[in-house]
Design a protein around this ligand. Structure first.
Ligand SMILES: [Fe+2]
Length: 442
């Protein structure tokens, strides 16, 4: 880091930017603060890379970015998953350019250096030329470099660019149970990614998306054009004695009342994580699929299945990079590009051992709510863009987080609860934001 950049970092007064009840608009609009976030938050936290099922067989790989740096997740012939920087140790070229594929080894397109799937150097053309140069096979720097830390939890692979920090399980804390519930919904106890991802660009800061997922004051307003229309169509045009078509079943709950969303509740944890909903959420009233229930009961027994199905969380945020909806087996992943540009990926999972209807419902959900040409997501996207534009004005320097201030309920072990309309999720994310930015993390 240059002396000038270091000096500028020191001049950023975090206490002035993030207060207990409000944040300064520059955290969404200032390119220098964005660069600082890439170092301190995205360069330190566990960032979601991909799911182990994307690299089932040795040689399969999946490429993505961590804090904008290209990385590749591979399955080596030793059966293990590795996360490597996607860079040749020779002159620095990206080794694989496609999003995914299957290879025997890495082969650099520029000078033909070859690497094993765990990153170790396989061969260098005219290797003798390096004799006595101080650079060569015996030097670990001639390997593809591994990301300092990577680990997986029930198939979900995260990596950290920092050598230090809590281990993945500790970092996940109270939200690991959301991954558990998503995987436990599979009769075989495992998930697998199906197909590719919807990948689309938002002209707005990454934090707007992450904050929106547990902002329960917006659905009944922002989603009127999509969800309310679905409700009206359902009531007026369809016979009352017939079950709602799946699409309407998915769309309608977005415009439930304030009371409904308040009762869903918000749960906040250390490191900025949190979820909304618990027993009740917009996913709790989907119609039964008898064959699925039968397979679940066979696998787990009636009592355990009741327990699994009683958890109906809405969105879980693994701050800052990943969000899941366990009850519908979808995931959205955040990839910041610039202060006002973010890519959101939307993934769909299959519950292993479940009938295809479950997967069809997840795909339908993704198409209707999360895809780039869907009915609901653009409502939010429009709001983020308007926030980005509004915060460029001199109207005010501050964004409020006052709602239900000091009314949070401490449930112990870093677990805090509030009613759904509270600003708890915002305050909790910015508590972690400030801690990361000042070198800590919680
Ligand atoms: Fe929304």
């Amino acid at each position: 880091m240059t002396v000038l950049i270091e000096q500028r970092r020191k001049e950023i007064d975090l206490d002035k930017l993030v207060q207990r009840d409000r944040v300064h608009r520059s955290v969404y609009t200032d390119p220098e603060i964005f660069e600082f976030e890439m170092e301190r938050i995205w360069g330190k936290a566990w960032i979601y890379v991909g799911h182990e099922s994307q690299v089932k067989e040795p040689g399969q790989y999946f490429t993505t970015t961590i804090a904008r740096q290209p990385v590749v997740m591979t399955r080596h012939t030793d059966g293990k998953v590795y996360v490597l920087f996607n860079r040749c140790a020779h002159k620095g070229a990206e080794l694989v350019g496609d999003t995914c594929g299957k290879i025997k080894e890495f082969l650099c397109c520029y000078h033909g250096w070859r690497f094993h799937l765990d990153g170790t150097l396989l061969s260098i053309p005219l290797e003798k030329g390096y004799d006595g140069s101080g650079f060569g096979r015996e030097d670990p720097k001639s390997n593809m470099q591994r990301v300092p830390r990577f680990d997986s939890y029930r198939g979900f692979v995260f990596a950290s660019l920092s050598k230090e920090g809590p281990d993945l399980k500790t970092w996940l804390g109270g939200v690991a149970s959301s991954i558990d519930n998503m995987a436990d919904r599979a009769p075989d106890g495992e998930l697998e990614v199906t197909g590719g991802a919807f990948r689309y660009e938002h002209d707005s800061n990454w934090k707007f998306f992450v904050e929106n997922l547990n902002d329960l004051m917006h659905p009944m307003v922002a989603h009127q054009s999509s969800s309310l229309t679905a409700r009206i169509v359902g009531k007026k045009e369809l016979p009352a004695d017939k079950p709602l078509p799946s699409a309407l079943e998915i769309l309608s709950p977005f415009t439930e009342s304030y009371t409904f969303f308040d009762d869903m509740g918000l749960h906040a944890f250390d490191y900025g994580h949190g979820y909304s909903g618990g027993k009740m959420s917009i996913h709790a009233r989907y119609s039964d699929i008898p064959e699925y229930n039968a397979r679940m009961e066979k696998a787990y027994g009636e009592e355990r299945v009741k327990e699994i199905f009683s958890v109906n969380r809405h969105n879980t945020v693994f701050y800052p990079s990943a969000t899941i909806k366990g009850a519908i087996q979808t995931m959205r992943v955040v990839r910041p590009i610039a202060v006002d540009k973010t890519i959101i990926e939307s993934w769909t999972f299959r519950l292993k051992g479940a009938p295809d209807e479950l997967l069809h419902r997840s795909i339908l959900y993704c198409n209707l709510i999360n895809s780039s040409a869907n009915l609901v997501g653009p409502d939010d996207q429009e709001a983020y863009r308007r926030q980005q534009l509004g915060l460029e004005t001199q109207g005010s320097d501050w964004i409020t987080m006052h709602r239900d201030l000091d009314k949070d309920e401490d449930l112990g072990d870093g677990h805090t609860y509030a009613r759904g309309s509270s600003d708890l999720a915002f305050r909790n994310q910015f508590r972690a934001w400030k801690a990361y930015m000042s070198e800590g993390g919680r």
